[in-house]
Design a protein around this ligand. Sequence first.
Ligand SMILES: Cc1ncc(COP(=O)(O)O)c(C=O)c1O
Length: 390
Amino acid sequence: MSQRPETKAIRLQTDQTGQKEHSTPLFLTSSFTYESAEEMADAFADDTLEVNIYSRFSNPTVDEFINKIAALEGAEDGVATGTGMAAIFGTFMTFLSKGDHIISASAVFGSTHTILTKYLPKWGIESSYFDMNQPGSIAALIKPNTKMLYVETPSNPGLDIIDIELVSKICNEHNILFIVDNCFATPAVQQPIQYGADLVLHSATKFIDGQGRVLGGVVVGKKELIKQLYLFIRNTGPSMSPFNAWVLTKSLETLYVRMDRHADTALKLATSLQSHSQIKSVKYPFLETHPQYVIAKKQMSNGGGIVTFELKGGVESGRNFLNALQMLSMTNNLGDSRSIASHPASTTHSKLTEEERTAVGITPGLIRISVGLEHPEDILNDILQALDKC
Ligand SMILES: Cc1ncc(COP(=O)(O)O)c(C=O)c1O
C-alpha cells in the first residue's frame, strides 16, 4: 500500500535487530565484525559493497536517517555528514576539479560564500555570482568549464526565491550539475528533485532536527552521483555520528506537523507586522508582496518558518529590538521549536561592508525571526513589546 510522505516520515523503518523494538534503535559502534577472514577480506575488497565495516564508512542508524530523508525528497540515495557545511564542501570537492567554474547565487549562507571566494580559488576553481532576482543573467555567465550551479532557495537570510524548474532547464541544456540547498524549506515544504535538481543538500542542524540539539548535514540525489560523494566523505572523514543520526531520524517523524505549525504562525506574524509603524517592510514567501510570490506558490507547499522585517530605525533600532525581547532567544541558530531573533548586520554579517551586505539583501535594520512552536500570540506579543522600545 503506497504511503504519503507524512506517513513515510513516521513509518519508514528498517527491521534491524530482531528485538521487535518499536522505535528506531541506535547502533553506537565504531566498527563491525565478521564470521571469517574471507568475509572480512571481501568487505574490504570492494569500496561499493553495502556491508558495514566501520562507522566512518556506514552505520545502520545513519543509513536509517539517509533512507528516510531520501524517500521524503524523492531521491534515489543519499550521504550524511557531520554538519551542513561538510555536505556543501564535500559536494564541491567531489564534483569540481582544478580549472572548473561554478556559478552560484550571490545570496548564499556566509560560510558557503567563504568557501567559494576564499578556498576554491586556492585549488584553481573559479566562481561567478548571479542575482537571484535576475535568473536571466545566468546564461551570460556560463563558460565551457562551468561544471556546477548552486542555489539556496529560500535564501538565508534574505528569503530570495528562484524558480528551480527554470534553472534546472538551463543546467540541463549546458550539462551543468544543479545543486539546491533546501535547508529553509525542508522536504516537507519543497522537493527540488521534482523540479529537476541533481543534488539536494541540507543543514540538518536546522528544521530537520527542529529542537536545536545536534549538528548534521545530508546530500541526496541520483545513485551514481551519491556513490562518488559517498567515497569522498568515507575517505576524508566528515561523516555523521550515529547518535546524531538517531536524533535526526526521530526528528523526521514530527517534521511535517512542525513545518505546518511553523508556517501557520509565520504567516500570521508576517501579516500582522506589515502595518506596524516601526517596520519599513516585511518579507515572507507566502506574502503577496514577496517579489517571487508566484514562484513560491508554485514550488513550496507553505511559506516555511522564517520571517524577516526591516526596521525603519536601521542598525541602532535592530540592537534595541534584540535587547528588548523578553521571550524570543537571541542566538544565531534557526529552525528550533523556540522562536529566535537575530540582527545579521550587527552579528553574522558585521564583517562585510555595507555594500556587500546590501548586495545580499542584508539591510541595516533587517531582523530575522525563526518562528518557533510557542503559542502564536505569545510570539507576536513579545515582538510587539520589543518594537515599542526601538
Ligand atoms: C542555508 C544554510 N546552509 C548551510 C548551513 C550550514 O549548516 P551547518 O551549520 O549545519 O554546518 C546553514 C547554517 O545556518 C544554512 O542556514
